[in-house]
Design a protein. Structure first.
Length: 143
């Protein structure tokens, strides 16, 4: 048997407890940080909800025009477009279209339309009915 004093036992026990507490604290910190990064929306208008039996998710990126909409985990191709307010007007408004609704632009979050991307996702679900998006639905649009 080795000659260990009470002081040695206390020192080793304290060291082991400190290492365990540090490792546990680091694990909790990284886990909560990862969860916060994934769960926190970058824009307050972003959404994730169920609509007519389908999971719809939308992420806004108006500055770059790279909005994202997913329906049941599949990406829907979305484009931001500038349209004239009236036929003879030089003023424009921002709208979004998708691969499902090319000819029905939805005003994007301007004036009373604070939920344009969500309305676009719901319109796509309405038009899809029981069908799902195909792998071609995420075709990138160019305005």
């Amino acid at each position: 048997m080795t000659n260990m004093t009470r002081r040695d036992v206390l020192r080793y026990t304290a060291t082991a407890a400190l290492v365990t507490a540090t490792a546990a604290g680091y694990a909790n910190l990284t886990a909560s940080g990862a969860a916060a990064d994934q769960g926190a929306p970058t824009d307050p208008r972003d959404f994730e909800e169920d609509y007519r039996g389908k999971k719809i998710k939308g992420e806004h990126d108006k500055a770059n025009g790279k909005h994202k909409v997913h329906i049941n985990g599949r990406k829907l191709g979305v484009a931001q477009v500038e349209l004239p307010v009236a036929p003879e007007s030089t003023a424009t408004y921002t709208a979004v279209i998708s691969t499902v609704n090319h000819f029905e632009p939805i005003p994007l979050d301007e004036g009373p339309h604070k939920d344009g991307l969500k309305r676009l996702a719901k319109l796509a679900v309405d038009q899809l009915g029981d069908q799902e998006l195909t792998q071609h639905a995420d075709h990138e649009h160019h305005s």
